[in-house]
Write a protein that binds this ligand. Structure first.
Ligand code: NDP
Ligand code: DGY
Length: 322
């Protein structure tokens, strides 16, 4: 029997390649920084499994291009807004993702962003090479996290990880919003369920930790930013699409919020002429939430566990919830 074909949208670790090799699969993988869409569609033709990342749209067009050999889509990410689940399900294709193993990495990065924005870290560091270092005691004052109210939009795995870490910083309150209360998680971290409006009005730091879905797309608009305290900062480690980005630019331009810290934005990579780059109180990171050696390795294992199960026609160990 001919070996099963697998296409990966990114270059796999040596470990992962060895594992796929020992399973006897025929692997094609992209080494391009940005895989052109047309090339992706060409290379998935006739494959049995697709390994993808969150930058790679796996939609009906992809499934058509792959054809009816396709058995499994395994994404090297916990987020799955780039996969058309309904279409995959309709065609009997299994879908898997990599939850839990990146939670610590992403929650750490959320705290990093919060502190970078509150303490003006990027702005301050940029001064050194300019020689504008000032010795006035009132220069470059930031704000402390202690005593602040923090609102978490989406108390899922990562939201809970952020809340756990916040407790060590002595915040005054942890609020959270979502489609329903998450009572067990809330109890573990001492968080209070409030409405979305209440959360944005009361928080000094708003941290977006939800998934991107129909209910969260463009959740943050100019009208929402207007509800925030003028000193409050917005942090986004979720997906760029949760914020209507031009409205965030207007909110920063009109100083109606205190600052922003984003690991995710629209589009990615962010064009170098983006207006977001104009504001010193807006800290931008290139989607590195899960980018640690530890998380990446563990995600790689889960990703191949899913792929292997799918190719063997077994239930996936980490299926994407339908
Ligand atoms: P979970 O599924 O555990 O959490 C997602 C949370 O989103 C749930 O608590 C869900 O709560 C909440 N949610 C969904 N809709 C809404 C809504 N309308 N309002 C508020 N909350 C909502 O996923 P993870 O915590 O593991 O990951 C969360 C997201 O983080 C991923 O989907 C991904 O997009 C992003 N991510 C980003 C990374 C990065 O590199 N920056 C790395 C990893 C993940 P409920 O259903 O109760 O409303
Ligand atoms: C995820 O796991 O969803 C991250 O965004 C990595 O792409």
């Amino acid at each position: 029997m001919a070996p099963k074909k697998v296409f990966s949208s990114y270059f796999l670790t040596e470990d992962a390649q060895k594992r796929l090799g020992s399973l006897g699969y025929d692997l094609d993988q992209s080494s391009a920084d940005q895989l052109p869409r047309a090339e992706f569609l060409r290379r998935v033709k006739g494959v049995h499994g697709i390994i993808c990342d969150s930058a790679c749209q796996v939609d009906a067009e992809t499934l058509d291009a792959a054809g009816d050999t396709l058995q499994v889509i395994s994404t090297h990410s916990v987020g799955y807004n780039h996969v058309d689940l309904a279409e995959a399900h309709r065609r009997g294709i299994q879908t898997g993702h990599t939850p839990d193993v990146l939670t610590d990495a992403v929650a750490d990065l959320a705290l990093t962003l919060i502190l970078m924005v509150l303490r003006r870290v990027v702005e301050a560091a940029a001064v050194i090479p300019t020689g504008q270092w000032c010795n006035q005691p009132t220069w470059m004052l930031g704000r402390q996290l202690r005593g602040k109210a923090v609102g978490i939009v989406g108390l899922g795995r990562i939201g809970e990880g952020v809340a756990q870490r916040l407790r060590g910083f002595g915040v005054s309150r942890i609020l959270y919003s979502g489609r329903r209360p998450r009572e067990e998680a809330a109890l573990r971290v001492g968080a209070k369920f409030v409405s979305f409006d209440e959360l944005v009005r009361q928080s000094d730091v708003v941290c977006i930790c939800c998934s991107l879905n129909g209910s969260t797309y463009h959740l943050f608009t100019y009208d929402v930013f207007k509800l925030m305290k003028p000193t409050a900062v917005i942090i986004n480690i979720s997906r760029g699409g949760v914020i209507k980005q031009e409205d965030l630019v207007s909110a920063l331009a009109n100083k109606i919020i205190g600052g922003a810290g984003l690991d995710v934005m629209t589009p990615e990579p962010l064009p170098t002429d983006s207006h977001l780059l104009k504001y010193p109180n807006c800290v931008l990171l290139p989607h590195i939430g899960s980018a640690t050696v530890e998380a990446h390795e563990a995600m790689g294992h889960l990703c191949i566990d899913n792929l292997q199960a799918g190719l063997e026609g077994k239930p996936l160990p980490h299926p994407i919830p339908q």
